[in-house]
Design a protein. Structure first.
Length: 159
C-alpha cells in the first residue's frame, strides 16, 4: 500500500515553454521516492520561481544576494513532516546546461535534495554530505538518473 502525502506544486515562474518544467506527476514520483517512510501524512509545497523571486527569498532567509537553485523551508514544529521547496527555474536550467545534464534529471536531483533537507539531512559537515549524496544517488538511480556527483568526484580526484 502506498503511503499518502499531500503535494502542491505552484508554477510561479513565467515560462513560455512548459516542456522545460516538470509536470506535477513527475514531482510526485520524485517526492514519494525521497520521502520513503516519512511519506505518511507529509505536506509539501514545491514552488517554481523566477530569478527575481528566488533572489528575494535567498536574500530574506539566507542573507545571500543571488538566486540559488533550491531553497528548503522546514516547519520543525509540525508532525507529520511539513515544508516548502523552492526551485528557481532559471538557475536550474543554467546549471543543467553548464553541467551537461538533462534538465529533468537536474530537477529530479534538486527535488530529492530538497526533500532530504525537509527530513533533517544536511551537507554542512563532510560526513553528513557523503551520507546525503549517497542517498540522493540511490534514489535517483531508481529513475535511471546517473549519479549527479560522479563528474564532480572525477574532477576533484584528477587535481
Amino acid at each position: 500500500m502506498k503511503k499518502s502525502f499531500k503535494l502542491a506544486v505552484q508554477y510561479a515562474a513565467d515560462h513560455s515553454d512548459s516542456a522545460e518544467l516538470p509536470a506535477r506527476p513527475q514531482f510526485r514520483r520524485w517526492v514519494r521516492s525521497a520521502l520513503g517512510e516519512d511519506a505518511q501524512g507529509a505536506e509539501i509545497v514545491i514552488r517554481i520561481v523566477d530569478t527575481a523571486e528566488g533572489r528575494a527569498l535567498n536574500q530574506c532567509y539566507r542573507g545571500k544576494d543571488y538566486a540559488t537553485n533550491v531553497l528548503t523551508f522546514v516547519y520543525d514544529d509540525t508532525d507529520p513532516l511539513s515544508g516548502d521547496i523552492v526551485l528557481c527555474a532559471d538557475v536550474v536550467k543554467k546549471e543543467a546546461q553548464q553541467q551537461h545534464k538533462p534538465l529533468m534529471a537536474h530537477y529530479a536531483h534538486l527535488t530529492v535534495h530538497g526533500v532530504l533537507h525537509l527530513q533533517g539531512y544536511d551537507h554542512i559537515e563532510n560526513d553528513d554530505a557523503l551520507i546525503m549524496e549517497k542517498m540522493e544517488t540511490s534514489i535517483l538511480a531508481r529513475f535511471g538518473i546517473q549519479d549527479p556527483y560522479a563528474e564532480l568526484c572525477a574532477a576533484a580526484s584528477s587535481k
